[in-house]
Design a protein around this ligand. Sequence first.
Ligand SMILES: NC(=O)c1ccc[n+]([C@@H]2O[C@H](COP(=O)([O-])OP(=O)(O)OC[C@H]3O[C@@H](n4cnc5c(N)ncnc54)[C@H](OP(=O)(O)O)[C@@H]3O)[C@@H](O)[C@H]2O)c1
Length: 328
Amino acid sequence: MAPPVLRVGLIGNGTVGAAFASALDANHERLSQRLGVRVRLVQIAVRTPDRHRDVLPGVRVHDDAESLANDGGIDVVVEASGDLAASQWLRRVIARGAAAVSANKLAIASDRALLDALARRHPLLHCEGAVAAALPIVRALRDSLDGEEIHDLRGVLNGTTTFILTQLERGACFDDAVAAAQEAGYAESDTSTDLSGRDAAAKLAILATLAWRRPVTLDEVATRGIDGNIVDVVRVACDHGSRVRLVAEAWEEDGLQLRVAPKILDAADPLARAEDVINVVAVQSALAGPLTWYGAGAGGTRTASALLGDVLAASRALVGTHTGRIAA
Ligand SMILES: NC(=O)c1ccc[n+]([C@@H]2O[C@H](COP(=O)([O-])OP(=O)(O)OC[C@H]3O[C@@H](n4cnc5c(N)ncnc54)[C@H](OP(=O)(O)O)[C@@H]3O)[C@@H](O)[C@H]2O)c1
């Protein structure tokens, strides 16, 4: 008998969404074998469907993300639109008992209900791709370190600012470094979310929510970004063998403290290893001691890896609801 089918709907078919669709297509047989059910992409919602008509045969492309989220025929909704309205779609998906997978840090970190679901480890909400692409930091905090007491968490979480700071270290001026980040496809034409520190603050809010098990919103993070004034600080730091990075950190001190700001890092600091679009996350916990994650924190294929893992986790939660028993 053919195994049942899990139907996937995708919102957004840009850098991340398209990489996910093609990774799902390429790995479809293997994933289906691992899950014991077939996984099939059935719908894609975008803003301008005409530009995406030739995606994959048999996949319906339209411009109504809300109807996709509400569609009872879709079991797993993967959201990679970047639209702030996505928080409503994700809530709706979970409320109707389907699974939601999102790479959209800003939508999640602005929505208390979604953060609350994350803090409670809701089995139908997954967002590994929202923080540091494929670095498995979301799942590590959510599952592996779930029994732990986290003392502090620090990260270089924004690839665009790290790329710019790396260019400044190599002698570029600020405007040229920003232009190089845009040319390399790391920075959007509107760089404000990255440069202001808001992108890193959203990622920190998600990680702190998981680490301290209570909803931490983006607005709770004291945030300062970088601008042209950072150039002199970078040069002085370089002269002393140090580095400047936009550091996101959360720690306990008279309550939970949350901050994103440029910091001068000693060369021996694990965060100082972040170069170009490499992200680094360091966690200090009661039993495990210091732990560090290091790797590419941006890019369509990297993020698609995280989304595939999330689709499997979400699908297992759905399938397990029906077939979760094991023989004695
Ligand atoms: N790029 C990365 O390296 C990276 C890494 C990790 C996480 N993320 C996150 O992943 C998300 C997507 O990023 P991206 O770089 O893939 O963006 P992108 O290339 O700009 O693609 C966005 C896609 O979403 C669609 N879209 C936007 N608003 C929509 C709406 N209201 N309804 C339906 N579709 C909508 C767009 O449709 P059209 O094509 O028709 O305009 C486009 O296909 C963002 O939340 C981002 O923060 C990105």
